[in-house]
Design a protein around this ligand. Structure first.
Ligand code: ADP
Ligand code: MG
Length: 557
């Protein structure tokens, strides 16, 4: 297969991922092996040590919670290790498995190999987290030519769609991340004015709140319920939340809890009030950082599956005094925007005139002393400065022949409470205390490369350090080891994936349902498993389609 020249964008989501290409002047979303545009970012491992990704793995969250894992993107940048059966994985490796599956989908769709991609990340992701996304791409055999902030990607998708809009506020509430971004679009220029958020707020929290409320009604604590039962409760709660039609939510609990619970609109408002209130601060902060009053926002854009919750939309509408837009599918708009960005890089004619600037999402500075106060954080590039940027500050060396420059990122007063990035030492000539000065210049570019130049003022001597944000964080040996480990993992052949997904779904439903439904599911599992063993591929496909249709009719999928 030859390598594609088409621009490719990937939304590697906490909950769901998607991949899109730019072809014939427009975005095309790529379906996975089940024909779906969204692939759950879930990984599971079966009895034969074969890896499952996407819907099949999501079903196994219910039947095999110990061998399945979701929401691992939240743990990028940490040392957390996930145990799946007998194997262990880092968050970056699990992300690589999802990326690998998206890569296979795109390659099957295009009949070409893919390599260069644009991947979206939450605007609030730290440097280390971004580094690990690049690393995950590398492990998956991809080259992340650019990372784009998710809300920026959403704006790119919308601006092509809309033409004339001037100021957007993008509210992106996904499964586990919340991003608020103010973006200005003018004369083909897209500029991020402010970007803030909460790395630990998302649709999952709304499901968790509902699960807690369900357990309360059952007079149980989470620790009284087995992991499997808890996963089954969570699954029906999540489904009920997503399928809600009216103001209330009805939850039919799985066995052994034979009960149907109803939560009224007022009860939902009450049980979600704390989670909803966590949206307020980032929303106000984004407006303050962009120095904008709500009335100066032209459009409020909803991105992320959880913005479909009416309570979420109400909070934003109340704070901003306007209704939000969601004409483009909030789940897919980020992948579309990433593909648009990929096309921009390759200068496709239809997007040529779009120029993108971005902001540094966190303050970058050094540790300094001020009077008797030691270890204060002195920002050089402030949060939400438009990049690329270069800024310089002068510092005085107090009775020392050597100045230690410790570089941090964050927003806290004390340097030690921020994230340490790197340090360098500069020798200064002997001089009187407080008189020798150094100029520290930070230059930060659009790919997240920070260059630090320290100039000793009296001698003009310069010391430079480029802080590498390319996929390091792992030594080349560790990277090679991860690649080798992943290469050894077994995956189901693509053709077999719809069958595997159906079997896993039937097992999941078996856990969740009772009486005649359970009997019918049992029969389906037995018949379909037999079919898989003895029938031809064509016959299996007919049987699968029949069962899938029946599941739809019963409202099970
Ligand atoms: P991510 O960006 O984290 O991958 P998505 O944008 O795919 O996430 O959103 C996933 C979240 O959206 C999940 O928590 C899911 O429960 C929630 N969600 C999806 N559809 C709906 C819906 N119709 N109503 C409420 N929440 C929804
Ligand atoms: Mg998302």
């Amino acid at each position: 297969m030859k390598q594609t020249t088409l621009p490719i964008g990937i939304d590697l989501g906490t909950t769901n991922s998607a991949i899109a290409i730019w072809r014939n002047g427009q975005v095309e979303l790529i379906p996975n092996s089940l024909g779906e545009l969204l692939t759950p970012s879930v990984v599971s491992i079966d009895e034969n040590n074969t890896i499952l990704v996407g819907q099949a793995a999501k079903s196994r969250m219910v039947t095999r919670p110990r061998e399945s894992v979701s929401a691992f993107k939240r743990f990028l940048g940490t040392d957390k290790v996930f145990c799946l059966s007998t194997q262990t994985f880092k968050a970056s490796e699990l992300c690589a498995i999802v990326l690998k599956s998206l890569k296979a989908d795109a390659e099957a769709y295009l009949d070409e190999t893919i390599k260069d991609v644009v991947i979206s990340v939450p605007a609030y992701f730290s440097d280390q987290q971004r580094k690990e996304v690049r690393l995950a791409a590398e492990i998956a055999g991809l080259n992340a030519v650019r990372l784009i902030n998710e809300p920026t990607a959403a704006c790119l998708a919308y601006s092509l769609h809309e033409g004339q809009v001037r100021r957007f506020l993008v509210l992106d509430l996904g499964g586990g991340t919340f991003d608020v971004t103010v973006v200005e679009y003018q004369d083909s220029f897209i500029e991020v004015r402010a970007s803030t958020g909460d790395n630990y707020l998302g649709g999952e929290d709304f499901s968790d709140d509902l699960v807690t409320a369900v357990l309360e009604r059952l007079h149980k604590e989470a620790c009284d319920v087995s992991l499997k039962d808890l996963a089954a409760i969570r699954s029906v709660v999540e489904q009920a939340k997503i399928n809600r039609v009216g103001p209330s939510i009805t939850i039919t609990l799985p066995s052994p809890f034979v009960e149907t619970l109803e939560f009224s609109s007022d009860q939902l408002q009450a049980l979600w009030s704390k989670t909803l209130s966590r949206m307020t601060q980032p929303l106000s902060q984004a407006l303050a950082d962009a120095r904008l009053k709500p009335e100066l926002i032209d459009d409020l854009i909803f991105v992320g599956g959880a913005t479909r919750l009416r309570e979420v939309q109400q909070v934003a509408t109340r704070l901003l005094g306007r209704f939000g837009k969601c004409e483009l599918d909030p789940d897919l708009v980020v992948a579309c925007g990433a593909a648009v960005q990929a096309a921009c890089r390759l200068r496709d004619e239809a997007v040529e005139e779009l120029i993108l600037t971005d902001v540094c999402p966190y303050s970058l500075g050094i540790e300094a002393n001020c009077g008797s106060q030691r270890g204060i954080f002195s920002p050089i590039i402030e949060r939400n400065t438009i990049i690329p940027v270069s800024r310089e500050e002068r510092y005085y060396a107090i009775d020392k022949q050597q100045v230690d420059i410790s570089i941090y990122q964050g927003e806290r007063f004390w340097a030690r409470e921020n994230i340490f990035i790197d340090k360098l030492q500069v020798a200064v000539p002997k001089n009187k205390a407080g008189e020798e000065a150094v100029d520290v210049r930070f230059s930060y570019d659009i790919n997240g490369l920070l260059e630090v130049d320290v100039t000793v003022v009296s001698t003009g001597e310069v010391q430079q350090k480029v802080i590498d944000r390319s996929p390091s964080g792992m030594t080349p040996e560790e990277l090679a080891e991860s690649c080798a480990r992943l290469a050894k993992l077994k995956f189901h052949p693509r053709d077999a994936q719809p069958n595997v997904a159906l079997i896993e779904k039937l097992h999941q439903l078996y856990v969740e349902k009772l009486s005649w439904e359970r009997e019918w599911l049992q029969e389906c599992i037995i018949n379909f498993s037999n079919a898989l063993e003895y029938w031809s591929d064509a016959e299996i496909e007919i049987a699968r389609k029949e069962i899938e249709l029946r599941l739809k009719e019963l409202g099970f999928s």
